[in-house]
Design a protein. Structure first.
Length: 138
C-alpha cells in the first residue's frame, strides 16, 4: 500500500456528518477525499483527517474551497467539473486500524501550495469552532 500523505486525494467511503447524526455508520459510496493532515500521535498511530470533495455547490452557511482546474488535473479528478473541498466537517480515522482506507485508493495529489491553502482554511475553521468531526473507528 502506498502510505497516505497530507495533500493526497484518495477514494474513501466518506460518512457525512448528517448521516452520522442519523445513526449511520458506513459511507454510502466511495468518493474523492482530501487528506488534509496525516499526523503521528503520541500513541504511535497515524491520525488521518479526511475532507470530502463534492461536485455539489456548497450552501452559503458551509465552508469550502473550490478546486481550481489545474489542481483537479494534478489530483486525477474530473477536469471539466467544478469541485469543492468541504472544510467544516471531516472524518477522523487511524491509518493502522482503518477499515475504510482502500490500499489501492490513492487517486492523486494536490500541489503543496493548494494543500497549504486547504489546510489553513481547515485550521481556521477549528479556531472558529466550526469543525464537525465524524470518527471512523470504534
Amino acid at each position: 500500500m502506498t502510505a497516505p500523505e497530507s495533500g493526497d486525494v484518495w477514494s474513501f467511503d466518506y460518512l457525512w456528518r448528517w448521516q452520522h447524526e442519523r445513526g449511520e455508520t458506513e459511507g454510502r459510496k466511495p468518493r474523492p477525499t482530501a487528506l488534509v493532515a496525516c499526523v503521528k500521535g503520541a500513541n504511535g498511530r497515524t491520525n488521518l483527517f479526511i475532507l470530502p470533495i463534492t461536485k455539489t455547490r456548497p450552501s452559503d452557511d458551509r465552508l469550502a474551497v473550490e478546486i481550481p482546474q489545474i489542481e483537479r488535473v494534478r489530483a486525477g479528478l474530473a477536469a471539466d467539473l467544478r469541485l469543492w473541498v468541504m472544510i467544516d466537517e471531516y472524518n477522523h480515522d487511524f491509518l493502522e486500524t482503518s477499515f475504510y482506507l482502500d490500499p489501492k485508493g490513492r487517486i492523486g495529489r494536490f500541489s503543496s501550495a493548494f494543500h497549504k491553502a486547504v489546510l489553513a482554511a481547515f485550521v481556521q475553521a477549528g479556531r472558529e469552532k466550526r469543525l464537525r468531526k465524524v470518527p471512523r473507528y470504534d
